[in-house]
Design a protein around this ligand. Structure first.
Ligand code: KIV
Length: 271
């Protein structure tokens, strides 16, 4: 493994240019410095500190109770592991919906206190004004449409979105509104591939899909899902690139066995 770093720092304009150049955008999540460093070294374009951290790291059932304090802690930690990737922080539930002033204050905290370079906000038309104010004051925003987990109760769970014509038309319209409001990219979560392709072709900023097919301009996965560390269930859209959960469990079993049998530490591991 080489720790030499020859890549360029990824910026918001660089992400927009990738779409113009026909280059796909890669995004992965991280919540701690160590994982962020590994993912950054691997060459991902964007590291997202998702509010999924509340579920993946905090063991919560959903993202609704994730707080600003938790997200600031995760984001600060991740920032210490990054050299090249663009660092995007997810704004937690109720940190941006209450008022535009509160949204600016909270988004600003991610940039000021946690070294984030952009924030992500869930929602379409209803968030357009907030997004355009954030962008106007110099805070880059990534949009998020389709399955927006902070609205899970409204949506009736983590279901596929945009399957019927009116809902699909609203999503297409929302994507255009977000583009007009100034987002630099849009996450499309759990919508039919055909619709995601149509949305991607109708906006100039990159779309980044999760469960939205191959027609998006980029892809994102939760890192612990794609590494097989999160083992409770595997959504259809997750491809597991490793089975680290099993490997970690096996390593721990071997360690425990060695301790119980007085096989650890040996002479070389002692002073
Ligand atoms: O919270 C998160 O990790 C996300 C991604 C799944 C896009 O929003």
């Amino acid at each position: 493994m080489s720790l030499e770093n020859k890549r360029k720092k990824i910026t918001v304009p660089a992400i927009i240019k990738m779409k113009q150049d026909g280059e796909k955008v890669s995004m992965l999540t991280a919540y701690d410095a160590l994982m962020a460093e590994i993912i950054d070294m691997a060459g991902t374009d964007i590291i997202l500190v998702g509010d999924s951290g509340g579920m993946v790291m905090g063991g919560k059932e959903n993202t609704l109770s994730v707080t600003m304090d938790e997200m600031l802690f995760y984001t600060r930690s991740v920032s210490r592991g990054i050299q090249n990737a663009l660092l995007v922080a997810d704004m937690p539930f109720l940190s941006y919906q209450v008022s535009i002033e509160k949204a600016i204050e909270n988004a600003g905290r991610f940039l000021q206190e946690a070294c984030a370079e952009a924030v992500k906000i869930e929602g379409g038309a209803v968030m357009a004004k907030t997004i355009s104010r954030l962008v106007a004051v110099g805070i880059p925003v990534m949009g998020h449409l389709g399955l927006t987990p902070q609205s899970m109760h409204q949506l009736g769970g983590f279901k596929l979105q945009g399957t019927k014509k009116p809902a699909a038309e609203i999503l297409l319209h929302d994507a255009r509104l977000l583009e007009e409001a100034g987002v630099f990219s849009i996450v499309l979560e759990k919508i039919p591939g055909k619709l995601a392709k149509e949305i991607s072709e109708s906006v100039s900023v990159p779309t980044i899909g999760i469960g939205a097919g191959a027609g998006c301009d980029g892809q994102v996965l939760v890192t612990q899902d794609m590494l097989g560390i999160f083992r409770k269930f595997k959504p259809k859209f997750v491809r597991r690139y490793a089975e680290l959960g099993d490997a970690i469990e096996k390593a721990c079993r071997n360690y425990i066995k060695d301790v119980k049998a007085s096989n650890f530490p040996d002479e070389n591991e002692s002073y």
